[in-house]
Design a protein around this ligand. Structure first.
Ligand code: IPE
Ligand code: IPE
Ligand code: MG
Length: 256
């Protein structure tokens, strides 16, 4: 499929820099097949690979994926521990590939509640990919938007108490410097799969101006076609270029 150069350029300019995704619907996907919920989480890993590949090939700056919320600890013990095992397994299996693709991996969230084995894997994966210059892949695990803002406020309080900052110097930039996503552009496009129209305590501060895109597609069925439609929707809403998902997919096929 060929795309006129000018259209390609136009579509590229209209791309989001930072996309965040609430990956929802794994449990229902499994239940529809008469399987245990964890079967859906495992199937969701392929959709993660697809999403990362699309984001990387389109040259986005950052992709933030909601993998586990601070509220997800309320799930049955067996599901939580299966998810933790899956994280460890996937981290171990994928990190070399991410590194080869020049992707920088960051895990965002409160880590202290994770097993020391998982914390070690996370630290090693981040260290290996720290100097990469391609896509920043931010995996939100034990993350909550309120937690993020609260810990940033607490960090500001410490600075004030130490005499390094006056209360009147606290502005939006000062708070944003302490958010777990510091250094990333604001979220331009927030996608939620699984049909619900909720933010579920995800990137509350960072998505203040984000375009919201909801799709009924369950996360394990998310692929380059669905992602392209979401990005085309962003491009047309934001820049009024009116490009199509097909044109975004054509960008994916372009070399370099
Ligand atoms: C999202 O899928 C994955 C996680 C929250 C870890 P769900 O497990 O919430 O799937 P549904 O919403 O029950 O179908
Ligand atoms: C949001 O999905 C969290 C993740 C995708 C990790 P949930 O399924 O946990 O959200 P709620 O409970 O429906 O709001
Ligand atoms: Mg859900």
């Amino acid at each position: 499929m060929s795309l006129p150069a000018s259209l390609g350029e136009m579509a590229k300019q209209g791309l989001p820099r930072h996309v965040a995704i609430i990956m929802d619907g794994n449990g229902r996907w499994a239940q529809q097949r008469g399987k245990m919920r964890v079967f859906g989480h495992k199937a969701g890993v392929n959709a993660v690979r697809d999403a990362v590949s699309v984001a990387s090939r389109l040259g986005l700056s950052a992709l933030t994926l909601f993998a586990f919320s601070s509220e997800n600890w309320r799930r049955p013990e067996s599901e939580v521990s299966a998810l933790m095992e899956l994280f460890i397994h996937v981290l171990g299996g994928e990190v070399k590939k991410l590194h080869k693709s020049n992707i920088r991996l960051r895990i965002t969230g409160e880590r202290s509640r994770f097993s020391s084995r998982l914390q070690d894997k996370v630290a090693a994966a981040e260290a290996l990919t720290a100097n990469n210059t391609g896509l920043i892949l931010n995996v939100a695990a034990n993350y909550g938007g309120r937690w993020d803002i609260t810990q940033a406020a607490a960090a500001l309080a410490v600075e004030v108490q130490a005499g390094h900052l006056a209360p009147e110097q606290i502005d939006e930039d000062a708070l944003a410097r302490h958010l777990s996503t510091h250094g990333l552009p604001d979220v331009d496009l927030l996608i939620r799969t699984g049909g619900d129209h909720r933010i579920s305590n995800f990137v509350l501060w960072q998505a203040a101006y984000a375009e919201l895109y909801f799709t009924p597609v369950l996360w394990p069925d998310f692929d380059a076609v669905v992602f392209s439609e979401a990005i085309a929707s962003f491009a047309s809403r934001e820049r009024r270029f009116g490009c199509t998902g097909e044109q975004i997919r054509a960008l994916l096929d372009q070399p370099g």
